[in-house]
Design a protein around this ligand. Structure first.
Ligand SMILES: [Zn+2]
Length: 346
């Protein structure tokens, strides 16, 4: 999927790792983030409030980019924020708010379970499908998978493996949230764990969000409970998701949020109407497709895609090198394919 020549857009970050936060599919280290910022060129990256101001007035330049952080994650505060501070940058932080009221966001808990307790994502997929096969939903999944074509599903996200696509298809299109949750809770229970333990050190608390706001970052909407398929909810349910999200952030920060990122890229015309009604000015999608670009769906680029570009640049440089006198021994500085973080999209 190619973007038009160049459009102002965001970079979409999710998970980071360090000694406290386990590495997993799509997670970045502080060094990875610094490498991305240097590769993109810090001069092109606008501080969040400046980007917002220009976006609202329609005066962004085509090469302007901004940094965005979804899902209210502690690892972003612990790992990414210090890097932004080193570069003198600020970002957009899109916050689902039900976790700030003590609710457990299962999507995040399940991801943590996956990355912390399975060495390979394939091991997790295997355990998941094993649990599914012994559940009441085994027949439903089996029938749906007979019609499944991995190459056309999530085709806008080229970095997903076939197994990723199969898992996401079953999760999002076949089971839906309730049945999926029941399978995952059974799997976690059979591993001797509970959800409260998994929630430890996962989400930022309200003080940290206030602190980001005070330091010039922009805090935006991301729905209250982060449904993976918002567009499948009716208008009333969508309104509730965004109204609760809006009300919480409004009272936390003392000013109305005016930005949004669409969770899992799921939205429709009802969503956009609700957001306009709430006074939201600027929004972000979760990919680089510019189909019906408006100010409520600026494109965003995945860091995995940027690493691809860094790597291909290094391969070209290495290829050029082989034509010249003997290359110095040892590897080039480029990443090899195995180092490239897979998608951060959930
Ligand atoms: Zn999200």
């Amino acid at each position: 999927m190619k973007a038009k020549a160049m459009q102002p857009h965001g970079i979409m970050f999710h998970h980071f790792h360090d000694r406290r936060h386990p590495a997993g599919q799509g997670s970045l280290s502080a060094d990875d983030l610094a490498e991305i910022i240097r590769f993109l060129n810090p001069d092109r990256i606008l501080r969040a409030r400046r980007w917002l101001k220009h976006a609202i007035s329609g005066t962004l330049e085509e090469h302007d980019i901004c940094l965005t952080f979804d899902d209210n994650l502690c690892c972003q505060y612990d790992v990414a924020l210090p890097v932004l501070q080193d570069f003198g940058l600020t970002g957009f932080w899109f916050i689902p708010t039900s976790v700030l009221q003590g609710k457990l966001a299962r999507l995040d808990l399940y991801r943590k379970f996956r990355v912390k307790y399975f060495d390979e994502i394939d091991d997790f997929h295997e355990a998941f499908f094993r649990t599914l096969a012994t559940s009441d939903h085994a027949d439903l999944a089996e029938q749906a998978l007979r019609q499944f074509h991995p190459s056309t599903y999530l085709a806008d996200f080229p970095f997903y493996s076939e197994a990723d696509r199969r898992f996401r298809y079953v999760r999002d299109e076949v089971l839906g949230p309730q049945r999926y949750n029941s399978i995952m809770d059974a799997l976690i229970g059979s591993s001797g764990l509970n959800l409260e333990d998994l929630a430890d050190n996962l989400w930022m608390n309200p003080d940290r969000i206030r602190e980001l706001h005070a330091e010039g970052h922009v805090i935006g909407l991301h729905t209250h409970t982060h449904p993976t398929r918002l567009a499948q909810l009716d208008q009333q349910q969508q309104l509730r998701e965004y109204r609760d999200n809006y009300t919480y952030l409004m009272s936390l920060l003392g000013e109305p949020p005016t930005t949004v990122a669409h969770p899992c890229n799921s939205y429709n015309r009802h969503t956009l109407a609700i957001l306009r009604q709430l006074g939201v000015k600027i929004g972000f999608r979760a990919n680089m497709v510019y189909s019906e670009h408006s100010k409520l769906d600026f494109a965003r680029r995945d860091p995995a895609d940027i690493f691809q570009e860094i790597r291909s640049g290094n391969i070209n440089a290495a290829a050029a090198h082989t034509a010249s006198p003997p290359a110095p021994s040892g590897p080039q500085t480029g990443r090899n394919p195995a180092d490239i973080p897979a998608s951060a999209v959930r």
